[in-house]
Design a protein around this ligand. Structure first.
Ligand code: ZZB
Length: 258
């Protein structure tokens, strides 16, 4: 899989994370790195998700920057030449997912310049970076989770203001209008993030319709087909230094757990 690693700079940590990181990052800027297959949707980011049972590391990319991702992902990055010393992983600190929740981070290209980190039950530790940027207009998983969090803020141990940014239209499709995720969530009678089977189906439908029939509603490539815009948005983010190509060796996850 060829992902785009999106760099979301931390603006403000929770007190717990702050304490954990004290004296460890040596003046580096710290970024959460989200792995996405849909760079063209970055305009609609409203938050970011981490898994509360997942362990993350803070890894030095170079003297100036550090990335928050899983160790597994950091190893992949090291071998892809994303860190300054190829093949070498330099872990500066460790963070629990729960300590990252509530952090305020920059969301590059989003209409919302700053967003919060929230918990999601279905973040897989074995995929991408373990950090998922949330686009509830076009990702059914993100939409269902955001609605869960709004309904049960206390249960999920979040401050309601962290989940307050509304989904915004990013692209339009003939089948699902300007926001495919809420439409599909309703259509497939999805009640929460726990409805994983229907969510997988909704994701497939949203992917296909968005990619083949979508038209951009916002941003530099407004009016263009998603198929055209996808690569252009990605290239633009990479050019500006806010994203980088991140590949996931396919099949590796399976062979490891076998
Ligand atoms: C933003 C986004 C916007 C995404 C969208 C999807 C959609 P796939 O196809 O199964 O590989 N993701 C990334 N890492 C993880 C993880 N560790 N656990 C759970 N989800 C993860 O899925 C790739 C997509 O799943 C990525 O692209 C990311 O969410 C999420 F409008 O980034 B995406 C219809 C989907 N729409």
């Amino acid at each position: 899989q060829e992902y785009t690693g999106v760099k979301m700079e931390v603006v403000e940590w929770s007190a717990a994370a702050q304490k954990q990181l004290e004296g460890k990052v040596d003046g580096r800027k710290v970024f959460l790195v989200a792995a996405t297959l849909r760079p063209e949707t970055m305009y609609g980011q409203t938050n970011c998700f981490v898994g509360t049972a997942i362990k993350y590391g803070v890894f030095a990319a170079n003297d100036k920057e550090a990335y928050v991702v899983t160790l597994r992902s950091a190893r992949n990055m090291a071998f892809q030449g994303i860190f300054d010393v190829r093949g070498q992983v330099n872990q500066l600190a460790e963070l629990d997912g729960t300590q990252i929740v509530g952090a305020k981070i920059k969301a590059p290209f989003s209409v919302y310049p700053e967003v919060y980190v929230l918990p999601m039950e279905n973040v897989l530790p074995t995929k991408g970076t373990g950090v998922v940027t949330s686009v509830p207009s076009d990702s059914p998983d993100d939409y269902a989770t955001l609605m869960d969090l709004r309904k049960k803020a206390e249960f999920y141990k979040i401050d309601p203001k962290w989940a307050a940014l509304d989904p915004i239209p990013v692209l339009s499709t003939p089948s699902y209008g300007e926001m495919s995720a809420p439409v599909l969530v309703k259509k497939l009678k999805i009640n929460s993030q726990k409805d994983v089977k229907q969510l997988a189906e909704a994701k497939e439908l949203a992917y296909k319709e968005g990619f083949y029939n979508g038209t951009m509603l916002v941003g530099e490539f407004k009016g263009e087909a998603v198929q055209e815009a996808k690569g252009k948005v990605r290239a633009s983010m990479i050019e500006q230094g806010i994203a980088f190509p991140y590949a996931e060796p396919e099949g590796l996850v399976i062979s490891r757990s076998a």
